[in-house]
Design a protein around this ligand. Structure first.
Ligand code: PEP
Ligand code: MN
Length: 377
């Protein structure tokens, strides 16, 4: 991640998943003192390895934290590090999600989408989790070249900095439009070249992953696939950032554990997305769980974006829910936009046309973020 310049990240369980199923994964945090030297930090890293754990280093502006993660190591050796030179204290992480937890990484993470990385340094791209609220906009499905290019140019004009568009669609009915597949991927790529907007699209199956990676900048895990662990394990090895939607019936803990699959498998470029959950409410497609945005930010260092389109299913609510999400700390929004929602092949009732999207964007440019951001720090 951008603010994890020094973090080194070894997959916890790259090939041998069965390994961890019957052994409890432990995470202990070694908090270094303010004045800890490089040599003292290196010593702790070395000792963690010797004790049979994997070290995971986070260097904050003031102090460094070294997490010892893994199963089967010698816990008492880590506990004993509390008296090593340069160590302030050693604490155990009780939460089941370890690498995703704020305790392991107190500063919020920034995920860069579409940047270029050379020699470990990322330049360009869109930063999610920084001071700016990132707006990702575009159609639910890519339906044609004209439809996508018109939408991409329109949302860019209105201030969006990323483009969304489904190529492989998870539809409730097998008789509904399933997406244009590879043809849509090519159109998404053309739209990115035309506008410079990085592109996010959904991956439904491990089979499509390599192809999608050639065309997209960010991979969406749809709500229905949040607990598809085979998919998550494969995505953990992908060299692309992931937008992980919360499952419609998943608790926040389950959602963060799904993210833990990605981080523990080696991909720490993860953005969480709240998109509404199933409740007894019938007036909206889903119930947008505003507090879950704040809770996920509290429990985790990962950026969180809000999806008011699927969260409400109603055009008329997108503006209000977008502002509310930003007010509780969302790092971004993902909004469905279609040049003619009444003709959309999927999710028309919740899609904004370009004029409506522009109005929502104007509502967001009110001085909401500067007022709220200092309170959230
Ligand atoms: C989508 O983004 O169009 C989509 C299908 O989202 P979700 O997985 O949240 O239903
Ligand atoms: Mn949709």
């Amino acid at each position: 991640m951008a603010n994890r310049g020094f973090c080194f990240f070894e997959p916890l369980v790259p090939n041998s998943w069965c390994h961890v199923t019957n052994r409890k994964v432990l995470t202990m945090i070694v908090n270094m003192s303010d004045g800890a030297t490089e040599q003292q930090i290196e010593h702790i890293i070395q000792r963690i390895r010797e004790a049979g754990f994997q070290p995971h280093v986070t260097r904050g502006t003031e102090r460094t934290i070294v997490a010892a993660v893994g199963s089967g190591g010698r816990r008492h050796e880590i506990e004993a590090l509390s008296v090593a030179p340069g160590v302030d204290n050693v604490v155990a992480i009780a939460q089941p999600f370890k690498l995703v937890s704020r305790q392991t990484h107190p500063q919020p993470s920034v995920v860069v989408v579409g940047g270029k990385t050379t020699h470990g340094k990322t330049t360009g791209g869109v930063s999610i989790g920084g001071p700016e609220v990132v707006v990702i906009a575009g159609p639910c499905s890519v339906e044609s070249r004209e439809q996508l290019l018109e939408t991409a140019q329109g949302v860019k004009r209105a201030g969006a900095t990323m483009l969304r568009g489904g190529a492989y669609k998870p539809r409730t009915s097998p008789y509904e439009f399933q997406g244009l597949g590879i043809e849509a991927l090519k159109i998404l790529r053309e739209a990115r070249e035309l506008t410079g907007l990085p592109v996010v699209t959904e991956v439904m199956s491990t089979e499509d992953l390599d192809l999608i990676c050639e065309h997209a900048d960010m991979l969406q895990v749809g709500a229905r696939n949040m607990q598809n662990y085979a998919l998550l394990r494969r995505l953990a090895t992908a060299k692309k950032p992931i937008l992980l939607k919360r499952g419609p019936s998943a608790s926040v803990k389950e959602w963060l554990l799904a993210a833990e699959y990605l981080l523990s498998g080696g991909n720490d470029q993860v953005v969480l997305c709240e998109r509404g959950i199933k409740t007894f409410e019938t007036g909206m497609r889903n119930t947008f769980d505003l507090a879950a945005v704040a809770l996920a930010k509290e429990l985790s260092h990962l950026p969180v974006v809000a999806d008011p389109s699927h969260g409400t299913g109603k055009q008329s609510l997108i503006g209000a829910v977008s502002r509310a999400a930003v007010a509780v700390g969302a790092d971004g929004l993902i909004i469905e936009v279609h040049p003619c929602p009444e003709r959309a092949l999927s999710d028309g009732p919740q899609s904004l046309d370009l004029a409506q999207f522009e109005r929502v964007m104007r509502g967001l440019s009110a001085p909401l973020r500067p007022v709220v951001a200092p309170l959230l720090a």
